[in-house]
Design a protein around this ligand. Structure first.
Ligand code: ACM
Length: 770
């Protein structure tokens, strides 16, 4: 059997690096807490909550809300609320006011066989303590399942977060979500101790918040006929029903089928209060001056003249007219009145400034104000809005493009462009606070794969290159969920769960132990089932895309969770709950393509994996004369979208290299290389090749396609196999780099051994005689 686990472990160790390894700690996975607390000391015994247990509250009523939250959690199972007692005697749960706990969200939790004590100074700390208690209680409480006794393990916890900004973002513009769903999302955030919900309320594709002064923003701006995102997800919904548009957001309007919706101010007030009761602050984003097409279509006076789509983004509003500022201030007056957060997010990302450059009004303004370019014009707009926010006691947040034309130190920068890695340092040195939401790995609209939880868990909130003083500028981190291709609640949950729990630990805890985290996560799936969350099931392992055998092979897939049922098909159809069950190793004697998926007993379906078991004979070795050590590298200083592009191009030159590496002569921002040689295979066997490249690459050995990792992409590993006889085998690897730095790495293993570098001595080539 293919020992994929071993490989995964080896890669983990290689990728971790020295710095992260030294952070590794042993966190006791017996306690199912995510995020893991600052300090946890196990104790002997347990405390049993029954309907006789009493609740003791401090005289001051500061923890009234938090006590209600605990009562709600317990009463469903116990059948009634706990009685409130005055004295902290035996069999009591005590809420204690403790002035010595300084961190605003800090708390202590003590569970002994006699008593449970939750201590905090601030209600926020007490709320976090209640959530810790919740995670220690059986998952069945989430379903209000009747239970006479609820058992808690004895322990002592002292806890506080590392970062004050522990955020989740949700784009409700591209696709819309009901207020009930926002409550569910807020509940999940609360369970994992997040404290900031950033709502992206407006964009080109829909305006989602009622503004009384401009009713057309929602009367017209909240509705659209199906756009290309809608058409795309509708097409995908044929394979996966989670891509279907939510019917609740489809209406007939003026004889047309339209998609949309918005929150009234009253509805939003309720959501804000619901979040506040869970100590989650909602930060509204009204994205401008770009991403404003929905508003511009309703109020065309907002542009400099033209409207519609520019070359890359939509035409923005015009920063050169007083009527624009009047509109923006009127909108924000209502937003400020509605949202108590000290922060207002102005967006300011992805602005197509061509219409500004072409506008006589803008030229005039730029001259008058001494603005050198349209980037400075954008800064002029931001400064004016910032001044207005200040006059209302609010702080401005904007995406990191804001830095381009200069900003003052009071703005908060939300970093997202992984490809502008110096932005956080630049912002910190400019005196700005920074919230880290880098596209990789914190854009949770990126399709999750077997690396995504790992990548989030190993994300360092403080980027490289910041010293201790500069690091103080980092407020924390946040995951963003853009919803162009997320039309349903189920799809949203698949995208953010469970990687959101990895982020929860990263932003709260100063400790990391991935192995412990994964074990703790296993116990969380039960709670997520009880909460009806459509989480992404853990990946299936133990097979490759293509597995080669010569006689017979075995399909044997370990269950990543005990309760899962693995099902498969061999006719190309999607596995369903009635497909064949893979409950024991399956022997394969002929080339077969399987589609495999895991199901929970509740019917939740994991990803579908396609794996081919290909029967091969050992490729015959070839004879070659006058070989030299190394490889021949034909290179092209040109830009290719895939390796096939080189076939039609004229080479820049030919170099010789001792190992599989890009020759110095070939290096350029964009290039391609065709490596040709023989591989001197030391023994007959099945060889596995682990090919990581950025951008694309294709590996052929013995004229057989082994790995197709083609196209423009970040570093990604693909694995393939081939059956080879001992001796010289033709080796052909094509590689392209599109720009921005390359990765080229090839490891091999034989008969399921561990991956290792290919010895240079295996490469031989016969120079072409001119
Ligand atoms: C962004 O993703 N445009 C902030």
């Amino acid at each position: 059997m293919f020992k994929h686990y071993l490989y995964a472990l080896l890669f983990t160790v290689m990728l971790l690096g020295v710095q992260t390894l030294s952070m590794a700690q042993t966190l006791d996975p017996k306690y199912p807490l995510i995020p893991y607390p600052s300090s946890l000391t196990p104790q002997q015994g347990s405390f049993t909550i029954t309907s006789k247990t009493k609740l003791v509250l401090p005289k001051e009523s500061i923890f009234k809300n938090e006590a209600e939250q605990l009562q709600y959690l317990l009463s469903g199972s116990l059948g009634k609320s706990l009685k409130v007692a005055k004295k902290a005697a035996a069999n009591t749960i005590v809420f204690q006011y403790d002035q010595s706990i300084n961190a605003p969200e800090g708390y202590r939790l003590s569970i002994t066989p006699k008593q449970v004590v939750l201590a905090a100074k601030e209600p926020a700390g007490m709320f976090r303590a209640v959530q810790t208690l919740r995670q220690l209680l059986p998952a069945s409480i989430e379903q209000q399942a009747a239970q006479a006794q609820l058992v808690l393990p004895a322990l002592q916890i002292q806890d506080e977060p590392v970062y004050g900004w522990r955020g989740m973002h949700l784009d409700v513009s591209r696709h819309f979500f009901t207020t009930d769903y926002l409550r569910k999302f807020i509940d999940l955030m609360a369970l994992y101790k997040f404290n900031k919900l950033h709502l992206h309320l407006t964009d080109d594709q829909g305006w989602r918040i009622e503004i009384k002064k401009y009713p057309k923003l929602t009367e017209e701006g909240a509705w659209r006929t199906f756009n290309n995102h809608d058409r795309d997800v509708i097409a995908r919904s044929k394979e996966n029903p989670d891509f279907a548009l939510d019917e609740r957001h489809i209406v007939q309007k003026n004889g047309q089928t339209m998609y949309g919706g918005f929150y009234t101010q009253e509805e939003m007030k309720d959501i804000i209060a619901y979040a506040a009761a869970r100590h989650i602050e909602i930060i509204p984003e009204i994205d401008m001056p770009g991403h404003m097409k929905a508003a511009i279509d309703a109020y065309p006076f907002l542009t400099c003249g033209e409207s519609g789509w520019g070359e890359t983004f939509s035409v923005p509003i015009c920063p050169c007219k007083e009527s624009t500022y009047e509109f923006a201030e009127n909108v924000f007056n209502e937003i400020i009145a509605l949202f108590p957060s000290q922060y207002i997010h102005l967006g300011a990302d992805e602005v197509e400034k061509t219409t500004w450059a072409n506008s006589a009004g803008c030229q005039e303004l730029m001259q008058r104000e001494g603005l050198k370019n349209v980037e400075e014009l954008q800064s002029y707009f931001i400064h004016r809005m910032q001044k207005f926010f200040h006059s209302k006691g609010k702080k401005l947040i904007g995406w990191d493009e804001m830095l381009e034309g200069g900003i003052n130190s009071d703005a908060v920068v939300m970093f997202w462009r992984t490809w502008a890695p110096n932005a956080p340092l630049h912002a910190a040195r400019n005196g700005n606070k920074v919230i880290m939401t880098p596209n990789s790995p914190l854009y949770f609209d990126g399709i999750p794969d077997k690396k995504s939880v790992y990548n989030v868990y190993h994300f360092n909130v403080v980027p490289k290159g910041l010293n201790a003083e500069e690091a103080k500028a980092i407020l924390g981190a946040q995951a963003n969920i853009w919803t162009e291709y997320i039309p349903s609640e189920n799809r949203a949950e698949y995208m953010y769960m469970p990687r959101m729990t990895a982020l929860a630990e990263v932003v709260w805890s100063d400790k990391r132990d991935y192995d412990s985290y994964l074990k703790r996560l296993q116990t969380h799936y039960k709670r997520l089932d009880a909460l009806d969350v459509n989480y992404r099931l853990p990946d299936l392992e133990g097979f490759l895309d293509v597995n080669v055998f010569t006689d017979n092979a075995t399909l044997d897939i370990p269950k990543p969770l005990d309760n899962l049922i693995i099902r498969y098909t061999t006719d190309g159809s999607q596995p369903t709950t009635s497909s064949k069950v893979l409950d024991k190793p399956l022997t394969i004697t002929e080339t077969t393509t399987f589609k495999v998926a895991a199901f929970t007993p509740e019917g939740l379906k994991g990803d579908t994996y396609t794996t081919t078991y290909e029967k091969q004979t050992y490729a015959k070795a070839v004879a070659a004369k006058n070989t030299k050590p190394g490889l021949q590298a034909t290179y092209y200083k040109a830009s290719f979208k895939n390796t096939g592009g080189m076939a039609k191009a004229t080479p820049t030159g030919v170099a010789e290299v001792a190992q599989l590496q890009v020759p110095r002569e070939a290096q350029a921002p964009s290039f391609g290389v065709q490596f040709r040689s023989y591989l001197e295979v030391p023994e007959t066997g099945i060889y596995t090749f682990f090919f990581t490249c950025d951008d694309g690459g294709v590996l052929r050995i013995a004229d057989r396609l082994v790995v197709d990792n083609d196209g423009l992409h970040p570093p990604q590993e693909k694995i393939g196999q081939v059956a080879l006889e001992k001796g010289l085998q033709p080796f052909a690897l094509d590689f392209i780099e599109g720009g921005g730095g390359y990765t080229l790495k090839l490891l091999y293993s034989k008969d399921g051994g561990e991956p290792q570098p290919i010895p240079a001595s295996w490469f031989k080539y016969a120079p072409v005689v001119q």
